[in-house]
Write a protein that binds this ligand. Structure first.
Ligand SMILES: [Mg+2]
Length: 273
């Protein structure tokens, strides 16, 4: 009898132990969602180096504008093309909200409709400087058409110059015609029909040129080296470690990975020597 009870106790604890072990390994534990974002969002929201880098970028942009105006030989009116997210406005509260939460497109749409993102350091001052120098600003963003209203509201609320709604080019404005929904090439060409684009601002290399879109080989680093003279000259880059086109190559372009699987893929990309 005692033996039997002892056996039951062993069996029960074995079942309990195995269920605990299973729970620990599950990939849908809320605490596991997007934990890879913790360091990058903490850095983006707290490090003074972030503000310094934005100021540095906009200071260089301003110097470039002054140089261009001094030697302006262009026939067309001048324009600066800027990306929106993580270039002039700060969506890091949305990124922070993703930690311990499952991501979905509706959540992002709710965030952009809210129109409460803050301007990044130096962005508004630079945009207003352009306006004072009669240089047109075009906002080319990969936000969707259905996000136009919230985006316009957010930009206006912050005081960014918006000479006309055609100065905001969202993702489906033109890019669907080429089948590449995220390329900004056609939208840049559209702006070039009427304006001379003298400077481009972005946190993603795809904001500058289609030369950087192919990342299959070594995350596209060769294109950066081949065009290194353009950075700080025509292309002004801002820091964004939270998300971007750099991610897909890190996951070997595999779709539908869980956050735990993503972390495993990231570990294989780290070099310790
Ligand atoms: Mg961006």
């Amino acid at each position: 009898m005692i033996k039997k009870q002892f056996l039951y106790a062993i069996l029960a604890s074995a079942v309990l132990f195995s269920s605990c072990a299973t729970k620990k390994q599950t990939t849908t534990d809320p605490e596991e969602y997007h934990s890879q974002l913790i360091m990058s969002v903490a850095w983006f929201q707290n490090a003074p180096e972030v503000a310094a880098l934005y100021h540095q970028g906009f200071n260089i942009a301003r110097e470039r504008v002054d140089e261009i105006l001094e030697n302006n030989k262009f026939e067309k009116p001048l324009a600066v093309v800027t990306d929106i997210d993580e270039t002039i406005i700060n969506n890091s509260p949305f990124e922070a909200s993703l930690i311990a939460k499952e991501e979905n497109q509706a959540g992002w749409y709710a965030w952009t409709a809210q129109a409460t993102a803050a301007a990044l350091p130096g962005a508004l001052e630079f945009a207003k400087y352009l306006e004072s120098k009669n240089i047109a600003i075009f906002y080319i963003t990969n936000r969707d058409d259905n996000e136009r209203e919230g985006t316009l509201k957010n930009l206006k609320m912050l005081g960014f110059p918006l000479p006309g709604e055609n100065h905001l080019l969202t993702k489906s404005d033109l890019s669907y015609t080429t089948g590449n929904t995220s390329s900004k090439k056609e939208r840049r060409e559209k702006v070039s029909e009427t304006h001379e684009i003298v400077l481009l601002l972005g946190d993603n290399l795809n904001d500058f040129s289609e030369l950087f879109e192919d990342r299959k080989e070594n995350n596209g680093k060769a294109a950066v080296e081949a065009n290194k003279a353009l950075f700080g000259q025509k292309f002004i880059v801002f820091p964004n470690p939270m998300y971007g086109a750099f991610e897909k190559p890190l996951y070997n372009y595999e779709e539908g990975l869980t956050d735990a699987q993503k972390r495993e893929r990231l570990k294989t990309k780290l070099k310790a020597e």
